[in-house]
Design a protein around this ligand. Structure first.
Ligand SMILES: Cc1cc2nc3c(=O)[nH]c(=O)nc-3n(C[C@H](O)[C@H](O)[C@H](O)COP(=O)(O)O)c2cc1C
Length: 384
């Protein structure tokens, strides 16, 4: 689940007091500037090649913006990537599949950033093996930087890339050539196939399916609460924990101050806040103008890392085409309450036997949005 501000504005209704409080000087001070700083300083502060590449890699998309990466700068030229075990999502991602995809996105950005700086990143995923059940304390990857490297044209879109969680414009469809270019961006990653739907019945069915997936998550207490606990409402919460589901802006913060929009009201199915959250997501899921999904032939950790590389490439290509992209993962999740919708998704997408749909995202045109918060790169470096 993710929250955006638009529909919550409706909660304020006609309350002049709340609306007034959301305007003026207060509003101008509510941007979580520190939490957004990693986007403006990427590549500008650090000169050491590993730290410089890291300053971009932390901008990778990742589930619930948990930023599960932790690195060790070993020797002179190595980066060892680990998963921070406290940053997994045990309910909605019980086997850490999505967390691993996020780490795959991180590695692809690291590779691109190093190449831009004149280094080839030799990446060995899971050098000490892995468990299919859980990511453990073994490295997710060992990366060695070697002087060489060919720049990747997609790199220039890294700072503009977003996951756009707003409703898309129903009057603007995505042209077939843009959809095809987005899917093709996954081609260099072996073992991942990209599939698309751009019109007609399939788009209608995916809108409906992704909506039902969201509703199922909201109606499954453990799953819904996993998101609720990760909400950061207002500037001070976002600055203190620049991760999770950020709900910033003067209006949401004001609603929070008035007790209308709190973790409690969002979780309570009898409240307006809960209802507005559903309405908001109905609108969001109802405005997918096209879809892209990524399939791997099996579902090993290596497949998940590859799916992450492929996913960020499609997201960067979408940015290049001026198309907004938004993953909708609920129906792909492995907890038992989702199993019927998960099976329905496989039938609809005609997933081959044994294969796995790793990512499903809607495409379209939304309003311009700010980047999402990040922990600063140096906080993700392990010190002995
Ligand atoms: C594996 C994976 C699954 C995701 N699933 C969802 C999702 O179901 N809903 C959603 O709104 N965003 C989803 N996202 C997007 C993240 O929420 C987003 O990447 C994160 O909040 C950081 O924001 P950014 O991509 O704009 O930098 C997913 C991202 C990844 C990598």
């Amino acid at each position: 689940m993710a929250m955006t501000r638009r529909s919550f504005i409706k909660i304020a209704g006609s309350s002049a007091v709340i609306l007034a409080a959301g305007a003026g000087t207060f509003a101008m001070t509510r941007e979580p500037t520190k939490a957004l700083e990693p986007w403006s300083i990427a590549g500008t502060v650090e000169t050491e090649p590993r730290r410089k590449a890291l300053s971009y890699a932390i901008l990778a998309p990742n589930p619930h913006n948990r930023q599960p990466w932790m690195v060790d700068l070993a020797g002179d030229d190595e980066i060892v990537l680990y998963c921070d075990p406290d940053r997994r999502l045990p309910i909605t991602d019980p086997f850490n599949r999505q967390i691993t995809i996020g780490l795959g996105c991180f590695l692809e950005l690291l590779r691109m950033a190093a190449a831009e700086d004149g280094y080839r990143a030799d990446i060995t995923p899971f050098p000490d093996g892995y468990s299919d059940e859980q990511l453990d304390n073994r490295p997710v990857a060992r990366v060695k930087l070697v002087k060489a490297g060919t720049p990747d044209p997609l790199f220039r879109h890294v700072l503009e890339r977003r996951s756009n969680k707003e409703p898309f414009d129903l009057a603007r469809s995505v042209v077939a050539s843009d959809i095809a270019a987005i899917a093709q961006a996954a081609d260099p990653v072996s073992g991942v196939s990209a599939h698309t739907a751009g019109a007609g019945d399939m788009v209608a069915k995916l809108r409906d399916l992704t909506w039902r997936g969201f509703l199922k998550e909201m109606e499954t207490d453990d799953a819904a609460m996993e998101s609720v606990h990760l909400m950061r409402i207002g500037k001070s919460e976002i600055e203190a924990n620049p991760d999770g589901i950020d709900m910033g802006g003067a209006m949401l913060e004001t609603l929070n101050l008035f007790g209308v929009l709190t973790r409690e009201t969002i979780a309570d199915r009898s409240t307006t806040a809960y209802q507005q959250g559903l309405d908001m997501y109905r609108e969001i899921t109802g405005t997918g103008m096209a879809y892209v999904w990524l399939i791997t032939a099996s579902n090993t950790r290596l497949d998940q890392i590859s799916a992450g590389s492929a996913y960020i490439r499609t997201n960067l290509q979408a940015t290049a085409q001026g198309v907004d992209m938004h993953p909708l993962s609920q129906v792909l999740q492995e907890y038992s309450e989702m199993s019927d919708l998960y099976a329905e998704t496989d039938r609809l997408l005609q997933t081959p036997a044994g294969a796995r749909v790793q990512m499903l995202a809607r495409l379209g045109y939304g309003p311009q949005i700010k980047p999402s918060p990040r922990w600063r790169a140096e906080t993700r470096i392990r010190t002995a």
